[in-house]
Design a protein around this ligand. Structure first.
Ligand SMILES: Nc1nc2c(ncn2[C@@H]2O[C@H](COP(=O)(O)OP(=O)(O)OP(=O)(O)O)[C@@H](O)[C@H]2O)c(=O)[nH]1
Ligand SMILES: [Mg+2]
Length: 276
């Protein structure tokens, strides 16, 4: 039988129609997935998900948790999700879905600790939103935000610094790739406590060899201690044998309209350490 006649026979028998329907459906499904993924990127900058990282989500009462509603920015080079509290946690797009967009961003988990009121939320809001004017409330639980560049998605976890929340810090340490420890450089009285908490947290096995970035914050305030003074008060040299340790001066005073050089440098350092 001639080939043409064979193909026509198959078509009449319904085979080609089935194949066409199958191929059409598969194409439509892939297109729909791409559209949904792009829509979620634009809307929220991330996919809501619940982590499976050994974190006890019920460790803080939900009604105790704050919700900072920061506005996301969205451009081609940089995608940022808003800050979220533990009542509404959002993450970077999972790496598995990057195949849909051709992106090769790697996910990194950064944990941001420090005593209460030192400026953790202010710093994160500033680097995530490029607008540093938000007024911050104390973080009773934790905040998560995603900062995404072309190559890296930084999932930034800020855990509250008040005494009752500090006892839960250890629950957030597994899988951390960089630890950021923020210090209020004007608060000499509490530096010994900050040192004690930092040394305690770095003794945790989950942070073995994890790079440390200390931010000596509130440098805009007259009388703030220098980076050298903070470094020596925290005895940072004692950690250098086992890990990379960096310390930078920062300032994120309330009402700051844009990022300063100090916040940009801290952000760049974070990206570098997360790749080391
Ligand atoms: N002058 C000055 N004030 C700052 C700076 N950083 C933060 N603040 C202020 O310090 C206060 C506490 O800031 P937060 O960012 O809420 O501190 P936090 O470390 O997140 O505190 P908790 O969430 O309670 O652990 C706010 O009033 C901020 O505006 C800074 O660099 N300079
Ligand atoms: Mg906070």
């Amino acid at each position: 039988m001639p080939v043409n006649n064979g193909l026509v026979g198959l078509w009449e028998g319904g085979m080609w129609r089935k194949v066409a329907v199958l191929v059409g459906s598969a194409t439509a499904a892939v297109a729909l997935l791409v559209l949904v993924e792009r829509y979620l990127r634009r809307r929220r900058g991330g996919w809501a998900d619940v982590p499976d990282e050994g974190i006890e989500m019920d460790m803080v009462e939900e009604e105790d948790l704050e919700h900072n509603s920061l506005r996301p920015t969205d451009d081609v080079h940089r995608r940022v999700s808003p800050a979220f509290s533990s009542t509404e946690t959002h993450y970077c797009i999972p790496e598995q879905l990057h195949v849909l967009t051709g992106s090769k961003a790697e996910e990194k988990r950064i944990v941001v600790l420090g005593l209460d009121g030192v400026g953790k939320s202010s710093f994160l809001a500033c680097i995530a939103n490029q607008d540093c004017r938000q007024a911050m409330k104390p973080t009773e639980g934790f905040n998560v935000m995603c900062i995404q560049t072309r190559q890296t998605s930084l999932n930034m976890w800020e855990i509250g610094g008040t005494e009752n929340v500090r006892s839960y810090w250890a629950n957030f340490l597994p899988n951390t790739e960089v630890l950021v420890f923020v210090v209020d450089s004007t608060d000499k009285a509490r530096l010994p406590l900050a040192k004690e908490e930092l040394h305690k947290v770095l003794a945790h096995p989950a942070l073995k060899a994890v790079p440390l970035l200390v931010l000596a914050n509130k440098q805009d305030v007259a009388g703030a201690m220098s980076v050298e003074q903070v470094s020596s008060a925290l005895n940072l040299d004692s950690f250098r044998a086992n890990r990379v340790v960096q310390i930078l001066p920062t300032e994120v005073p309330p009402g700051l309209p844009t990022k300063t050089d100090s916040t940009k440098k801290a952000e760049d350092m974070l990206t570098t350490l997360s790749r080391s």
